[in-house]
Ligand binder design. Structure first.
Ligand SMILES: NC(=O)C1=CN([C@@H]2O[C@H](COP(=O)(O)OP(=O)(O)OC[C@H]3O[C@@H](n4cnc5c(N)ncnc54)[C@H](O)[C@@H]3O)[C@@H](O)[C@H]2O)C=CC1
Ligand SMILES: O=C([O-])CC(=O)C(=O)O
Length: 329
């Protein structure tokens, strides 16, 4: 049986994450090795020529699963019939820009894109926002799409999740594949909280194995939370291949499910679980199955974790209030 191709829209397709992402989508890593895809590349007019160049290279790979590529600067065209949308293009913070300016500039991108998704995407649309500030950009897009179920709008904290697993593996000498049930809570920002209290290393509790709260507070958490800045410092550009890899992981897991005995981290609209105000897009531990996700319930949150979750959630509510004042919600 030939499968109907899945329409995948990528915004910011000519950027550095786009370049690391598109070839992996086309080779079957986003959805699976038997799922054909149509790519829609959405760029601003200045990015169209570079996107055309990338499309030429995609052609040159002769990917068996790639059934078509469309390039546009019109969101209504870019999201038409989209089943999966990866919102990567965003306005970066430039010198002298205040947070309010950044939120306002991104509102100008994510509000119209949310509306275009509302009006033109397929009924089963799944949205991942990568462009920063990812959680609040996802909230802006979601608010502009009242006809799409809110839970289809997600923000990427999978890069933080993967970074945390890697740091924990390095500290304990464990294999990455032995680490399960790690959680990123809150915002994709320096306030995020990587939580190892429920994590397991080869079946044993990670926090008990590490048994070093000073390392947790002074090394692990800041290393994970500030890894983006450290990459910029070292590379002279922000994380691109690892961000693209995390976007692939996020969507693959959402569509294909978490493994038994494990969970992942996704920025999702809060339902009020764990005292996180309903509606804000915050990272939680989630399990996925059949294209849907559920927050892992019943975890015991100790004082150490509570203070850090609350601090990151406070930042998210401040961002929500700021974009509300700007008329973006
Ligand atoms: N959530 C996460 O974990 C991570 C998020 N990021 C964020 O991802 C975003 C993209 O990063 P890069 O690819 O490195 O940036 P980049 O600057 O290389 O590329 C961004 C692309 O977006 C395009 N663009 C801008 N406005 C657009 C619009 N309205 N519609 C369509 N395209 C538009 C630009 O023309 C450019 O080609 C940034 O906001 C970055 O901070 C980066 C790493 C990790
Ligand atoms: O820090 C940045 O600008 C890019 C980013 O989000 C990350 O690497 O986590």
């Amino acid at each position: 049986m030939t499968r109907t191709p899945v329409n995948v829209t990528v915004t910011g397709a000519a950027g550095q994450i786009g370049y690391a992402l598109l070839f992996r989508i086309a080779s079957g890593h986003l959805l699976g090795p038997d799922v054909p895809v149509n790519l829609r590349l959405l760029e601003i007019p200045q990015g169209l020529k570079a996107a055309e160049g990338t499309a030429m290279e995609l052609d040159d790979c002769a990917f068996p699963l790639l059934r078509g590529i469309e390039i546009t600067d019109n969101p209504d065209v870019g999201f038409a019939g989209a089943n999966v949308a990866l919102l990567v293009g965003a306005r970066p913070r430039t010198k002298g820009m205040e947070r309010g300016d950044l939120l306002s500039a991104n509102g100008g991108i994510f509000k119209p894109q949310g509306k275009a998704i509302n009006d033109h995407a397929a009924d089963d649309i799944k949205v991942l926002v990568v462009g920063n500030p990812a959680n609040t950009n996802a909230l802006i897009a979601q608010a502009a799409a009242p006809d799409v179920p809110a839970e289809r709008f997600t923000a990427m904290t999978r890069l933080d999740h993967n970074r945390a697993i890697s740091q924990l593996a390095a500290k304990t000498g464990a294999a990455v594949s032995d680490i399960k049930k790690l959680t990123i809570w809150g915002n994709h920002s320096a306030t995020q909280y990587p939580d190892i209290f429920h994590a397991e290393i080869a079946g044993k509790n990670a926090a008990e194995l590490v048994d070093d709260e000073a390392w947790l507070a002074d090394t692990f958490i800041p290393t994970v939370a500030k890894r983006g800045a450290a990459i910029i410092e070292a590379r002279g550009a922000s994380s691109a291949a690892s961000a693209a890899n995390a976007a692939i992981d996020h969507v693959y897991t959402w569509v294909n499910g978490t493994a038994a005995g494990d969970w992942t981290s996704m920025g999702i609209p809060s339902d009020g679980s764990y005292g996180v105000p309903e509606g804000i897009i915050s990272s939680f531990p989630v399990t996925t199955a059949n294209g849907t996700y559920e927050i892992v319930q019943g975890l015991d949150i100790n004082e150490f974790s509570r203070a850090r979750i609350d601090a990151s959630v406070r930042e998210l509510t401040e961002e929500r209030d700021a974009v509300r004042e700007l008329g973006l919600l």
